[in-house]
Structures are given as C-alpha cells and as structure tokens.
Design a protein around this ligand. Sequence first.
Ligand SMILES: [Zn+2]
Length: 414
Amino acid sequence: MSRGHAPAPGRTAAGATGTRLTGVAMPGRPGHFDLVAEDDRIVSLTPSTESRGGVVTPLFTDVHVHLDKTYTISRIGGAGQARVESLFDAIALMEQDRPRWTAADIRARANRALENAYRLGVGAMRTHVDWIAPEVPEAWPVLVALREEWKGRVELQIAALVRGDLVPSAAGDIAARVRQDGGVLGAFFYRDEGLAEKVETMFALARQHDLDLDFHVDEGLDPEANGFELIVAATARHGYRDRVLCGHACSLAVRTAEELDRILAAAAEAGVALVALPTSNLYLQDRGEGVSPRRRGIAPIKEARRAGIATMLGSDNVGDAFYPYGDYDPLSILRLAATACQIAPEDWIDSITSLPGRLCSGNLSGLLAEGGPADFIWHAAEDLGELISRPRAERIVYRGGRPLPANHFDWRNA
Ligand SMILES: [Zn+2]
C-alpha cells in the first residue's frame, strides 16, 4: 500500500526552484492540501482534491533538554551498567562524570545533540545548564557560543539551572550573568528548606534583570513537594504571566482531585506554563531494585491543559544518568505520551510545535501559512495516527524550501 511518496524538489512550475507537495495531511487541519514552496517561502497552500500525499508538520521545538549532560552514559559507571534507583542516584552519578566536562568535551557532545535534533526537524530548543557553584560553569560560555553558531538552523535558548541551595547566596550574580548573555533564569527545587524565600528571590531577580524563568520543580512523588504552588503564587504576585515555565511537577500526580483542580486553576489564572518530561519520569519515578513501578510520575497533563495551562512535552535528558536513551526526537516523545499519558496525538501535536515554539523562538509559531517560511517536515504516513504507529516512517526535513541534503546522519563520526 502506498503511504505517500517521498516528494522530489523542483517539481513546481517550469523554471522555479521549489517544491510541490500534493494531497498532504496537516495535523490539526481537516482535509488535504497542496503546498508549494519557492525559494525559502511557502507561496501557496490550498485545499487539495488528492489525498495520501503524506503528512506535513511544522518544525519541532524541544523546550527542555540538557546539552551539558548529554551523551555521557557510555562512560558513566562502566558503560552504562551503573545502578540507578532514583533521581538522586542519577545526580550522584552525574557528579562522578562532571570532572570530565572540559569545554572541548561539552562542545563535542552538545554539537552532536544539536546535529541530531536538526536532522530530525527541530528548529528551536531550550537547554538547561547546571549551575552548581557560584562560578560560571564551564558549559555556559560553550553553549552561548554554540547558540551563535547554530542560529538559523536551531534557535537555542540557554537556561541557568541553579542548584536550590545556591539561590540565597549566589543567584544575584548568576542572574546578572544570565542577563548579560541573554539567557533564561532557572533553578532546581525539590522540598528545599526555605523554599518560599528562594522562589521569591528568583522572581525578584528575574524582574530586576527582565528575565524569563524556568524551574525544575517537584521532580518526585512526595505529596509534601509543593514548589509548583509556590511558583504559581509568585507568578500571580509579580504579574509574571507567560514568562514562567515549570518542568516536571511530578508530585501533582499524587494530589487529590480537589487539590489538583485548585492548583491547576491557579496556575492557569497566573499564566504559568508546564512541560512534562515522560522519558525521564517513567525511567526514574517510583523506581526501586527488583520492584515494578506503580506510580508513573508524569504530571497530569490532560487536567493541566483542560484547566487552560500551556502544556508541553519535552525530551529532558538524552544519553545520561537520568535517562540513558533518547535521540532528540520530539515526535518520539509525543509517540510515548500517546500511550503513557493517554493523550490524542492530533490534539497534542502543538505540545512539540507551536506552544514551545512561541516560548523558544518568536519565529516558530508553528503555523504553516502562505507567505511564511518554507520550514516544515514531510512524513511518509497517511495521517498522524499512522505516523505514531510507524516509528520508522521516512521523514524529510525542509529548511528554507529545500530538503536537508543528508538525512542519514553518520553517528559513528559524531
Ligand atoms: Zn530537566
């Protein structure tokens, strides 16, 4: 059965250098379309009488990754054999590897990740950078430089991930540096002592330096973990709508339905966004030696979205102690979430395209339109359901109206 032919470039009107895709499905829009791109623009996007021309999606945006930690698993604890029974084991293992994080090492690993993401159709990404001492971490200037080098291919945002206990003493200087380098301010909070004051400090600094905020918060299943609520309250108090993203919020999964309703309504009202990270949560939450997980640890994203929260999905860790697998492919995260979170991919494609796109790059609203940039992905599938079902469906990434020259990235040379 034909599932859409790989389109060839240059099949438009005579003389034009461009691409014509006929009868393509576009998730979120009923019907099929003919799409014509010339030079770097979509010049025509019209309803089609044909169908089965494949699926076209916008570029993907990955709103939560860790390029400083990535691709370290092969050297951690003897070729990935180290025992990880919880988030805190993973943190300890990463600390063992950290002395190897020279600028050259970080650059090579992060560059490989960006290359992978780019080939898979990622157009924008937000990476966290561990900030575990008052000094600027080795990875920070490396990623600032990579952000410039990758401009136009992957728009990279860089978020400082400040260890919670550093916030009272060091966050002031860190915020100034983040401001200087055009980054995002963030912290890791899990049941910290004096958490309310720490959250307040982060918001005061964000306002002082006009910075967006991004938190790793409540990455665990202790019902006492209530950092998310504190951040929501601070967002409302400081009028910081649409500038705050919370990652994880796993402990929302162990709240009563009433508590959850109340917290999510407040978050929607305040304008806090949420990103769930299914791979690392499924891998680490409720984990114990010799026992199977019962509580799966992913934030209740259906309820969050229903409450009116901008709710997204991200890759989080790839190839490190927190998650030893992964490939920087947001579509694989949506595929996983379709089962793990019981969501309909058709309704959630925006969680890896337009919603994070707006947050990470003004240019990536994710809506393909006539006159807009000819940056999109063609997939060999009849519809999104088939695409979810067939991980090996061919994918052609178009950037500036042209297919990327080699989709067969040679991982051995990475
Ligand atoms: Zn993370």
